[in-house]
Design a protein around this ligand. Structure first.
Ligand SMILES: NC(=O)c1ccc[n+]([C@@H]2O[C@H](COP(=O)([O-])OP(=O)(O)OC[C@H]3O[C@@H](n4cnc5c(N)ncnc54)[C@H](O)[C@@H]3O)[C@@H](O)[C@H]2O)c1
Length: 282
């Protein structure tokens, strides 16, 4: 484990969707900085493996099989964290449903799929606050971090549920920040750009390196994101250094979303002219 400080020593944390990807990195980072972390994921085996990995590195972690779209299970998740760690200081709402549940426009997405996806994308943050805030208050304050997306700020076609859900999460972040500020509870969101997780690497890029180069070329910093980039932003937002920051959506995208000008489209067209063998990702 590498971390500059153990600033979260004695803190109890919950990270949803922490079995893999960004949530896994967040759980590892918080644990490396001293937090006791409950990894709540619908993938119980993955959550157990991640918790074991943290323990093997000297951290404190446990797993909790949870579907964050279900009220009873979120209530149980919060209670498990409090029972295990004796207190709750940090909640990271990061879980998200599988791609097929969030792809398509209004005419494509069946109503029951819409509801289930929104339960995970949006309602889960309400449920974790409903059951978690009393414990954060009891701890003298704390931090909630909601993992949104640049898709919550800018839209892409064919992704009604994802764009709506991620925008709603930003709205909920702002509202809860105002609601709970006087309790010492800060509520912030993060809007990541393209973050190459193990699932994305295996699902898209292993078979399409030229497409990955095309994606990379869209990022002013010359690379796509890594789960650790988002974990570092979460650690900052939960830290004392961020004690005057609440209701904020921190864009962590290597500058990608700054570029919505005609020049960007021209640069993309130029790239394709220079790299005619590029295989597009979708
Ligand atoms: N990877 C990216 O490029 C990117 C970009 C912007 C935002 N995000 C956001 O970051 C978060 C994490 O994304 P990721 O790419 O690491 O995803 P991932 O698929 O690697 O991990 C998502 C995790 O959520 C879990 N999960 C799914 N449904 C659940 C449920 N109902 N209850 C509990 N857990 C559940 C999965 O088992 C998995 O462990 C998401 O909120 C996503 O929208 C990701």
């Amino acid at each position: 484990m590498t971390a500059a400080t153990r600033q979260f020593e004695g803190c109890g944390a919950v990270v949803t969707g922490g079995a893999t990807g960004i949530g896994g990195a967040i759980a590892e980072r918080l644990a490396a900085e001293g937090a006791s972390v409950l990894i709540a994921d619908i993938n119980a085996e993955g959550a157990n493996q991640r918790a074991a990995r943290i323990r093997d590195s000297g951290g404190t972690a446990a797993a909790c099989a949870t579907n964050v779209g279900e009220l009873d299970q979120v209530q149980a998740m919060i209670q498990t964290a409090v029972d295990r760690w004796g207190r709750l200081d940090i909640i990271v709402n990061n879980a998200y449903p599988a791609m097929e549940a969030i792809t398509g426009g209004a005419e494509d997405v069946p109503p029951d799929v819409y509801d289930r996806a929104m339960d995970v994308l949006v309602k889960a943050s309400y449920l974790s606050a409903r059951f978690g805030v009393p414990h954060l208050r009891r701890a003298g304050g704390g931090s909630i971090v909601n993992i949104s997306s640049i898709h919550g700020l800018l839209v892409a076609p064919g992704a009604l549920v994802y764009e709506t859900g991620k925008a709603a999460l930003i709205a909920a972040t702002r509202q809860m920040a105002v609601e709970y500020g006087r309790d010492g509870i800060r509520v912030n969101a993060i809007a990541p750009g393209h973050i190459v997780t193990e699932n994305i690497q295996a699902g898209i890029w292993d078979d399409n390196p030229s497409g990955f180069d095309f994606f990379t070329a869209q990022y002013p910093v010359g690379r796509c994101g890594r789960p650790e980039d988002i974990a570092a932003a979460v650690a900052f937002l939960c830290s004392r250094d961020a004690s005057f920051i609440t209701g904020h959506t921190l864009v962590v995208d290597g500058g990608h979303s700054l570029q919505i000008q005609e020049n960007f489209g021209v640069a993309q067209a130029q790239y394709m002219r220079d790299h005619p063998d590029t295989q597009l990702p979708y």
